[in-house]
Design a protein around this ligand. Structure first.
Ligand code: HEM
Length: 82
């Protein structure tokens, strides 16, 4: 399996807009979802609410994400681990 670089939550928090890249965490994994922002079925504005931080508080409110195909999609954008 590939070995990913490690990042701190402070480093992830520096990536909060498309111009500085959009990173999110899920569990202990880090994802660069910049290229997915405009493809998000829930719209770019909502996905950007989670930019620079954890997905869990948002996904707890929008249960549509609790499906295998959503996690499979996210896996394609993995760039690191906390
Ligand atoms: C829908 C992915 C972040 C709100 C979806 C769907 C996907 C997706 C694949 C369609 C699911 C389906 O219908 O089977 C993602 C990914 C995210 C993310 C990969 C982060 C990297 C967020 C955030 C919010 C959000 C942070 C809210 C603040 C929604 C809503 C829908 C949705 C409301 C339903 C849209 C509709 O069907 O009208 N998302 N999402 N998403 N997402 Fe996200």
């Amino acid at each position: 399996p590939p070995r990913y670089p490690r990042y701190t939550r402070a480093e992830v928090a520096q990536h909060r807009s498309p111009s500085e890249r959009v990173w999110v965490t899920y569990g202990t994994e880090v994802f660069d979802v910049t290229d997915f922002v405009e493809l998000h079925p829930g719209g770019p504005d909502r996905i950007l609410l989670a930019a620079g931080g954890a997905l869990e508080p948002f996904w707890a409110l929008y249960a549509v994400h609790g499906q295998p195909h959503v996690l499979e999609l996210l896996r394609d954008y993995k760039v690191g681990e906390l």
